[in-house]
Ligand binder design. Structure first.
Ligand code: SF4
Ligand code: SF4
Length: 357
């Protein structure tokens, strides 16, 4: 017999996911038609949400300001692929019990861009339906959306990614718990290198007496930074375009404009392009994940703890110069010359490590 507990046991002990929760479909009664799971699976009775942790060590290089790719590879695009593998095992398990199960991708980008299109046929719901994963995870009792808009759990704080599926199995719902994990410390606001997390303005919904609320995030500024175009928080754009000034705080772009600009620029930055089989997480989520982890670990608000504490750098986080040391004149104004010496520093003149290259 398929129950919430048997599914959870299988997920945690056999599949290797780090959390699983269930919401009954009625919890989505207030959802707009293009976010209602029943528009995708009319006979859905339960929404199953599961998560895999972002391994803490993958955040280290970004936190130290020395290594950007591990976070992206192991905790962003790579972790989403691992969730896909887990998803297919959970669907198989559900089907083996005789129930239908429909997976939903976590990316908002699975919607079509541009103006909303009419339904596929008259009388059908809108054809671009995407269920809000973080709201679904809250309704499935896994945790709550923090002020940053990142999903928080008691075990890992903001360190996880989510996936979900719909099923016609009527599973026991998990209790919703809100208002216990995010204490509005605002460290995410202070450490977001884009200034994208609004300190006061919020958006949110009410479900079953719970207020689910997060900041009115500036998605354009966040996306530009996430895609590596913020010179304060990633080295790649500055290195390739030392003369271009793109102060993120002054940009007023939509998420889609930032998205298009990012994908246009990826091929010009080899280090990013090598990672760009999925949207590149160059920022490393320094405010909304790393800053938040630091705050929650310091205040003992997470149960997944480590022997090394504090596990992350302490003090004020680093920021790169908006004006990089290598300027247009060093760059030659045409193409990068591989024979040209790198920027000379006192340290590089006295080092004896040539053989490593
Ligand atoms: S850093 Fe503080 S305010 Fe921001 S989401 Fe985390 S707990 Fe909430
Ligand atoms: S991903 Fe980066 S830019 Fe976006 S909110 Fe988080 S810290 Fe800020």
């Amino acid at each position: 017999m398929l129950t919430t507990e048997s599914l959870r046991k299988y997920a945690l002990h056999e599949v290797g996911v780090d959390g699983l929760g269930v919401a009954n479909i009625e919890r989505f009664d207030g959802a707009p038609p293009d976010m209602d799971p029943r528009a995708i699976m009319p006979k859905a009775r339960s929404v199953v949400v599961f998560l895999k942790r972002i391994l803490r060590g993958t955040c280290r290089g970004v936190d130290e300001g020395t290594h950007w790719s591990s976070y992206h590879i192991y905790s962003y695009g790579g972790l989403s692929r691992m969730l896909g593998t887990a998803q297919s095992r959970l669907l198989r398990f559900t089907e083996q019990h005789g129930y239908d199960a429909t997976p939903l991708a976590a990316m908002a980008t699975t919607r079509e861009f541009g103006p909303k299109a009419p339904p596929a046929a008259p009388g059908l719901p809108p054809r671009e339906v995407a269920v809000h994963h973080r709201i679904a995870a809250t309704l499935a009792g896994l945790g709550e959306i923090g002020w940053s808009k990142v999903f928080l759990t008691r075990e890992f704080g903001p360190r996880q990614r989510l996936a979900m599926f719909l099923t016609d199995a009527e599973l026991e719902p998990d209790p919703i718990e809100t208002g216990v994990l995010c204490d509005r410390c605002m460290r995410c606001v202070a450490e977001c290198p884009a200034g994208a997390i609004h300190p006061q303005r919020s958006v949110g919904i009410e479900v079953e007496g719970h207020r689910i609320e997060w900041n009115d995030l500036d998605l354009g500024k966040c996306k530009l930074t996430h895609f590596g175009l913020n010179k304060l928080s990633g080295p790649f754009f500055a290195k390739r375009f030392p003369g271009v000034r793109l102060a993120i705080a002054e940009q007023e772009v939509t998420w889609l404009e930032a998205w298009d600009l990012g994908w246009t620029m990826f091929p010009t930055m080899p280090a990013i392009n090598a990672l760009a089989s999925s949207p590149v997480a160059c920022c490393g989520a320094r405010g909304c994940i790393i800053g938040c982890v630091k705050a929650m670990e310091r205040d003992e608000r997470v149960t997944n703890t480590f022997r090394t504490r504090p596990g992350f750098s302490d003090g004020k986080p680093w920021l790169l110069d908006e004006e990089p040391a290598y300027r247009a004149e060093d760059h030659g104004g045409f193409v990068w010359d591989p024979d040209e010496d790198e920027v000379d520093t006192e340290e590089s003149q006295t080092r004896d490590d040539e053989g490593w290259y």
